[in-house]
Write a protein that binds this ligand. Structure first.
Ligand code: NAP
Length: 280
């Protein structure tokens, strides 16, 4: 990598960022395509996010990825949202269009890639968590015509998410239940999606659903967590004979979509997948 005066700066904003593999994926993609860019981890505490975005404008940082916990808060700090980001109410990719800073959401395409792997034919999904990634997941599920229930430890957050998604319902419905009612819902769903960080490195011993016994045989389990690749939740599902999809395909797909938006180049998906495999 030759960093010079013309090199464009990219990065990921989040807090904490110890788990992020995005620098490995994007720097590999820059190297493979010869694009003059460098991508860094840029940890930002929640209360400093407005300052960080002012810095992005001042330095003309060329592109940003956005992760936990900033995906919803950043929507208010940008000049415009793309239709995907507006529909999800969450941003995971920031780019410039002339002198305007735009927010986009490539998690939707990323989750659609998970769904295409297994679960696309589900009738009812249970989504765990109501944060930034859950919005993209619920939108993709709605578009796929899969009725969705969202469980969150603060039920008001699940309700807010469900009504935001429901507001644009063409097929649906999306509705909320309390975290305490989660186990009772398991027999009624054929797709379980974890969008919480439970089970993520370094707390890999945890699972959002310690007992999967009530999930029907034939159900599919998705975990957005990608470090470790096989979480405690996915391990338990696999042992029970259920189909599982890990968060790797979503991470690579959302990163590839962001890369092409920033650079205008076709993304080197195989290179990005290799970088991911090597880093995990
Ligand atoms: P976020 O906006 O912070 O949302 C996290 C959600 O999880 C919130 O609803 C939060 O509830 C809930 N939660 C956290 N700890 C919990 C616990 N102990 N019990 C119950 N609920 C809990 O984060 P995010 O951006 O949506 O990301 C969530 C996870 O998805 C992260 O692990 C991230 O790495 C992963 N992710 C992966 C990909 C991928 O490409 N594979 C893409 C996006 C995200 P509260 O609101 O009550 O705090």
């Amino acid at each position: 990598m030759n960093v010079g005066a013309q090199t464009r700066l990219f990065g990921v904003v989040g807090h904490p960022l110890g788990h992020t593999l995005s620098p490995a994926l994007h720097n590999a993609a820059f190297g493979a395509t010869g694009y003059d860019g460098v991508y860094l981890a840029l940890p930002v505490e929640p209360e400093r996010l407005p300052d960080a975005i002012a810095g992005v404008r001042a330095w003309k940082v060329w592109g940003l990825s956005v992760t936990v916990p900033h995906k919803v808060a950043i929507t208010a700090l940008l000049d415009e949202l793309t239709p995907e980001a507006a529909a999800a109410g969450a941003v995971n990719t920031v780019y410039w269009e002339a002198d305007r800073l735009l927010g986009h959401n490539t998690d939707i395409a990323g989750y659609e890639a998970m769904l295409a792997t297994a679960g696309r034919d589900a009738a009812r999904a249970l989504v765990l968590g109501a944060g930034g990634a859950a919005r993209a997941v619920c939108l993709a599920l709605r578009r796929a015509g899969i009725a969705t229930t969202v469980a969150a430890r603060e039920v008001s957050r699940a309700e807010a998410l469900a009504s935001a998604i429901e507001a644009g319902t063409v097929t649906g419905p999306t509705h909320a239940v309390a975290w305490s009612a989660l186990e009772a819902w398991l027999p009624r769903v054929d797709l379980l999606v974890n969008t919480t960080p439970i089970g993520m490195y370094p707390a890999g011993d945890a699972s959002p659903v310690p007992d999967l016994g009530r999930l029907p045989q034939g159900a599919v389990v998705h975990d957005l967590v990608y470090r470790p690749l096989e979480t405690r939740l996915l391990h338990a599902a696999r042992v029970r004979g259920l189909r599982t999809v890990d968060g790797g395909i979503m991470l690579v797909t959302q990163a590839a979509e962001a890369f092409s938006r920033w650079t205008g180049l076709p993304p080197p998906r195989a290179v990005m997948r290799d970088a991911f495999d090597q880093a995990t």
